[in-house]
Design a protein around this ligand. Structure first.
Ligand SMILES: O=C(O)CCC(=O)C(=O)O
Ligand SMILES: [Fe+2]
Length: 290
């Protein structure tokens, strides 16, 4: 990971939280209209650290959307319904009545669409007294740490991702999976494409670095059977989530995480059965992976 020293930032203070990815960023109030120089520094911090965190923010849905729009158009989730007043903001809510959580397996957001979300911004409204942390992993390192032979074999492959009925949901559809009282509304994806083939190794359009592009939505490899694909997918999922490639973020109310789906996976830990966790999520449109 290229090291950017704090002296290279004029507006931000950036402190890494783990060896492979993740940094806390201080010195910015995300509810304000930020000038291009500050946005440029935040972009640099994101590209260098893959996921960045801000503490003690106060964001209304309008201000969260205003900050998100500085990065691109807002991406709408094909299956999950947004807030009544703010359809572009998805409220991720888990109460003691919910057994399942949203995002509770390793994945990269909306890999099953033709143009998956470039980035995701999550703002913590209410968090458990302990638990409900989120894990992230560095998919550049996952790729670079493979043997030359393995990389050569994977380079031309493509993976098929599905938005519904995927393996981390035990083969259930979203409606079935979320049936037991999850406080989130599942909608019909309509015309949106929800099964898509993407390169297994993708090139990040801004850094030019190659990264493994895999996650829980991957169902099989193109031109192979499910049985043939499964051992390789299982290996790559296990490899890409090795502890030394990860970081773990402990939320407080007012925390914001902003991650780059083009070079990371994440996992929301479901370890707070008796407590409530409420997050506001906005995703930003991305390009066709190549
Ligand atoms: O709630 C979380 O920590 C993350 C959930 C998730 O997967 C997402 O927002 O994309
Ligand atoms: Fe996610």
């Amino acid at each position: 990971m290229p090291e950017l020293r704090n002296s290279q930032y004029r507006h931000l203070e950036v402190s890494r939280i783990a060896g492979s990815l993740g940094a806390e960023v201080e010195g910015v109030d995300l509810s304000r209209d930020l000038d291009d120089e500050v946005i440029g520094e935040i972009r640099q911090a994101l590209l260098d650290n893959l996921v960045i965190f801000f503490r003690d923010q106060r964001l209304t849905p309008d201000r969260q959307l205003a900050f998100a729009r500085r990065w691109g158009d807002i991406h709408l989730h094909p299956y999950m319904a947004g807030m009544d007043d703010y359809p572009e903001v998805l409220e991720i809510r888990k109460t003691p009545a919910d057994k399942k959580n949203f995002g509770g397996s390793w994945h990269s957001d909306q890999m099953f669409t033709a143009k998956p979300a470039m980035g995701t911004m999550l703002y913590a409204k209410e968090v458990p007294s302990a638990g409900g942390d989120t894990l992230f992993t560095n998919q550049y390192l996952a790729y670079e740490s493979l043997s030359e032979g393995m990389r050569a074999m994977l380079d031309p492959l493509k993976a098929v991702s599905r938005g519904d009925n995927f393996s981390s949901h035990d083969g259930k559809t979203r409606k079935e999976f979320y049936a037991d009282k999850i406080s989130m509304k599942v909608k019909d994806p309509g015309e949106t494409q929800t099964t898509t083939t993407h390169p297994l190794i993708r090139t990040h359009p801004e850094t030019g670095r190659r990264a493994l592009y895999i996650g829980g939505h991957v169902h099989k490899l193109e031109n192979m059977t499910e049985a043939e694909s499964r051992p390789l997918i299982d290996f790559l999922m296990q490899h890409s989530t090795r502890p030394e490639f990860t970081c773990r973020f402990r939320w407080q109310s007012g925390s914001v995480a902003f991650w780059d789906n083009r070079c990371t996976q994440h996992f929301a830990i479901n370890d707070y059965p008796a407590e409530t966790r409420i997050m506001h999520r906005v995703t930003i449109c991305g390009d066709t992976p190549f």
